[in-house]
Design a protein around this ligand. Structure first.
Ligand code: SAH
Ligand code: SF4
Length: 363
């Protein structure tokens, strides 16, 4: 088969990983709805070819191969860090690529960290992905496929976090659809309790999620509770100021009964002072939150530097003294550029076929 044929195949055939059972039945024109359900179950179990679907007749499998593909993407690179972190580069049907990471913690819990956009338009000063700009948002199928690839590499995963490339609130419809598919009891059946969406602080999105679901966990990348500094580090803060962000977090926690995680990448001599700690204490006081601190992971070309251990411990100490619930995250996946905020390195050249990437201060 020539390469051309393969490409046109990918465009014409229906990718199934982003569809639920009813949609599979409908789009494939199946006469019996339970067939759609069977196919959906196989996909959730990680089947990679129609021939694995042994409860379908050979004839039906052959028909399906003509009409559909299980995945629209492919894994183009696999990197493994000695600490157990695995990073996959996933190439999309139009030539763009995203990265997706498997993290294993000390208790051996496995978490998929998935991307929801090719790059990101939010332009946070300290983030590798932010420096790529945004090419496009992912489809639900492209998100689900990342999870399925990681399970193939690492066995059943415990958690999924939307903390890879992109701002999930700017692609909420596809993120919702992907979550609906992954939590569907007929399919993979992941629990909503095991899913976390991380946002840079898109206030409208937080209310939308609280009011309309799905019922998942929320993390907010606070970084700093000093509004002036936050505007410099995270341009979104100019249109989504801290006092309103705080109200939205409170609303989410009250409405869902779920504790919200506040994340902060600690930047040397930037957001780790006693004053910064005091601001964070004042912000967090009275909110049902857990604070997750991440020592900044180096990004080439950026003028920030890593905080020292002492700097991190001091910051933690101040927050704990004020009675806050704090975790200092250990550095993981850095050797393969798979740590928080490092995703997208090396992807720039493969992106976009000359297409100009967007960058904005939040639409
Ligand atoms: N766009 C979403 C989710 C992806 S970013 C968001 O911003 O929340 C995931 C996390 O990595 C965010 O908390 C972000 O603040 C953090 N981060 C970005 N760059 C980082 C870096 N270089 N080192 C450590 N954390 C970083
Ligand atoms: Fe986008 Fe999150 Fe990076 Fe900010 S930290 S640029 S929102 S991926």
């Amino acid at each position: 088969m020539s390469e051309n044929t393969i490409n046109s195949d990918k465009i014409e055939k229906i990718p199934l990983a982003g569809l639920n059972a009813a949609e599979i039945t409908e789009q494939l024109g199946l006469k019996q709805a339970f067939r759609g359900k069977q196919i959906f179950q196989w996909i959730g179990k990680g089947a990679e070819s129609f021939d694995e679907m042994t409860n379908l007749s050979v004839q039906l499998r052959d028909e399906l191969k003509e009409k559909a593909v299980l995945r629209s993407t492919s894994v183009s690179q696999v990197l493994k860090d000695p600490d157990g972190t695995i990073k996959l580069q996933v190439t999309l049907s139009d030539g763009f690529a995203v990265e997706t990471v498997l993290l294993t913690d000390r208790e051996d819990r496995k978490t998929a960290c998935v991307s929801c956009q090719v790059g990101c338009a939010m332009n946070c000063a300290f983030c590798q992905t932010g420096h790529l700009g945004l090419a496009r948002s992912l489809t639900a199928g492209e998100i689900v496929e990342q999870f399925l690839y990681l399970e193939k590499h690492a066995g059943p995963l415990d958690n999924i976090v939307f903390m890879g490339m992109g701002e999930p609130m700017m692609n909420l419809s596809a993120v919702r659809k992907a979550i609906a598919i992954l939590t569907d009891k007929e399919g993979r059946g992941l629990s909503g309790r095991r899913i976390t969406l991380s946002t840079s602080g898109v206030i409208k999105g937080i209310y939308d999620l609280a009011d309309n679901g799905p019922n998942i966990r929320l993390a907010v990348s606070l970084t700093t509770a000093d509004n002036e500094l936050r505007e410099k580090l995270m341009p979104i803060c100019k249109t989504n100021p801290l006092p309103e962000l705080r109200k939205a977090i409170d609303y989410f926690a009250q409405k869902t009964g779920k504790r919200v995680t506040l994340e902060a990448a600690l930047l040397h001599d930037t957001n780790t002072s006693l004053e910064s700690a005091t601001n964070m204490i004042n912000f967090a006081r009275g909110l049902d939150v857990h604070i997750n601190l991440i020592p900044w992971n180096p990004v080439e070309g950026l003028s920030f530097s890593e905080p020292s251990n002492k700097e991190c411990k001091n910051f933690v100490y101040h927050l704990e003294q004020a009675g806050l619930n704090v975790t200092l995250r250990t550095r993981r996946g850095r050797e393969i550029g798979g740590a928080c905020g490092q995703l997208g390195k090396g992807l720039a050249e493969t992106q976009g076929n000359g297409k100009k990437l967007e960058r904005n201060d939040y639409a």
